[in-house]
Design a protein around this ligand. Structure first.
Ligand SMILES: Cc1cc2nc3c(=O)[nH]c(=O)nc-3n(C[C@H](O)[C@H](O)[C@H](O)COP(=O)(O)OP(=O)(O)OC[C@H]3O[C@@H](n4cnc5c(N)ncnc54)[C@H](O)[C@@H]3O)c2cc1C
Length: 451
């Protein structure tokens, strides 16, 4: 079976390695570097920079931890090399994995010319490949409002920030979703003054209000200015900086602006018309629960499929695509349940959640049991000098089955895995209570919350 994949991000790489492992002849076409935007521009560089900010924040707490005061400053050149060394190593390890599985990698731009033929434009010329099954996993790029032009100097997209030419004196972040708040946190930790334009009345509008409120409180305490209920509609630039005009007449001035208002799928030059693949008005390719498009042999996965735009979800979609394309027995092939995907926001405190949220259950009129424990009572949190936040577990009051949970606090992104496993495996709160956790550990708060 021949399987051609266009786009080597998390969806494409996982589909390629898994399909090759299962015996398919796999060709992966990538125009840039294997690993995708996830590795090069999004998940990895942003977390690498946030991690540097966290170390800087730790130095400021030195005295509270029983040390003499420590001073540290950002070194932009060494920060830049740190980011590219991490992304380079990850790309190399993905490349080695693909090669070890026998995947043929073509460095070029792919497009469909018919439902079974793919054209590749590479440095050495143009060629066409015939395939039994095709995966479109070309990802997305940052959305920029039509009234702004990104210059990479003062007007930035998320891709100009690793790091920007200077640490902004006053950064205006437009967009208060997951990406926006991570950049607020990152630059606040680097010492920038930060203003955040929040189009609704809550940052992270899709999240549990209690979780969003905890982050807002932390932002306000550290001096971040929140402009709520304001939609950015225009930009002015002069020699000293930029001003953002909002639809409620407010004008916010700063030294730099960064747009974090979502992304646009890379579907426009994929030859979808020629192949007869349906694309919706937003440019996403609708898929069924197997990631099959309107054509039986063509799949779409990752950001282009318009499902949850997360690298972790893209990888799992890629895995499921490989299994379906290779006709794996349906009893062993489980569908990907998007409702059970864990996600995290790498602010400090971190925020992570999975499954059913309290507010969502309330809106659905569903009976639930909610138990919540603050980290303030957790020994490890006190030892580490950061006891902000809480663990909240949502369960079924009749059966005790864990339905979801949210964590705000240090290392929430790691801790959520326990609740994610419980949700996926239909474990009960008692299963968590009766796990003997390490002491002293943040995870003990999970057992306390499950109690
Ligand atoms: C700032 C930021 C931070 C993020 N942080 C996280 C995070 O911490 N955790 C998380 O889970 N998600 C995170 N995300 C989301 C995550 O980056 C995306 O969901 C993920 O990259 C989607 O993976 P993908 O496989 O769809 O495609 P991508 O990673 O976008 O890769 C697509 C690949 O296709 C290639 N390509 C495109 N067109 C063609 C073509 N015609 N021919 C050949 N190749 C082509 C591109 O070069 C690219 O390499 C973040 C997003 C942003 C913007």
């Amino acid at each position: 079976m021949k399987f051609v994949i266009i786009g080597g991000g998390p969806a494409g790489v996982e589909a390629a390695t898994h399909a090759a492992r299962m015996g398919a002849e796999v060709v992966l076409i990538e125009r840039d570097i294997v690993g995708g935007a996830a590795n090069l521009w999004d998940c990895i560089p942003s977390k690498a920079m946030i991690s540097t900010g966290a170390v800087l924040a730790l130095t400021k707490r030195a005295e509270k931890m029983g040390l003499m005061p420590i001073t540290a400053q950002i070194d932009l050149d060494s920060l830049k090399s740190r980011v590219s060394s991490i992304t380079g190593r990850l790309a190399a390890s993905k490349m080695a994995l693909l090669k070890s599985q026998g995947v043929t990698i073509i460095n070029g731009v792919g497009r469909m010319v018919s439902p079974t033929r793919i054209q590749v434009e590479a440095e050495d010329g143009i060629r066409e490949i015939e395939s039994d099954a095709v995966l479109l996993s070309t990802g997305s790029r940052p959305r920029i409002p039509d009234w702004a032009v990104v210059d990479g100097q003062r007007i930035l997209s998320t891709r100009d920030a690793y790091p920007p030419p200077v640490i902004p004196e006053h950064l205006i972040v437009v967009g208060s979703g997951v990406t926006g708040v991570e950049f607020v946190h990152m630059f606040r930790s680097f010492g920038s003054k930060v203003s955040l334009i929040v189009s609704r009345q809550q940052v992270l509008p899709a999240k549990d209000p209690e979780v969003a409120a905890a982050l807002e409180a932390d932002f306000l305490e550290s001096g971040v200015k929140l402009y709520k209920g304001a939609r950015a509609i225009g930009l002015k630039q002069d020699v000293d900086g930029v001003s953002i005009e909002c639809d409620d007449q407010r004008v916010i001035s700063g030294s730099h602006v960064l747009f974090a208002i979502g992304s646009i799928p890379n579907s426009d030059s994929l030859g979808l018309d020629a192949a007869g693949v349906y694309v919706d008005r937003s440019g996403h390719i609708p898929v069924d629960h197997h990631c099959v498009t309107n054509l039986r042999n063509i799949y779409a996965a990752g950001d282009i499929s318009g499902k949850l735009p997360l690298a972790s979800v893209a990888s799992m979609q890629g895995r499921k695509v490989a299994e379906h394309a290779l006709g794996l027995d349906s009893r062993t092939h489980r569908h990907l349940d998007y409702e059970k995907a864990a996600s995290a926001i790498f602010t400090e405190p971190e925020i992570a959640d999975v499954g059913l949220a309290e507010a969502e259950a309330f809106a659905l009129g569903r009976k639930i049991r909610v138990t919540k424990v603050p980290f303030a009572a957790n020994a490890r949190a006190l030892i580490d000098g950061d006891s902000r936040g809480f663990v909240k577990i949502v369960s079924d009051p009749a059966t005790g089955v864990v339905l979801g949970g949210s964590i705000v606090g240090h290392n929430a992104a790691e801790l959520i895995s326990v609740i994610a496993l419980a949700v996926t495996a239909h474990l009960k709160v008692n299963d968590i209570v009766e796990s003997v956790m390490v002491h002293p550990a943040l995870a003990e708060a999970l057992a306390d919350a499950a109690e």
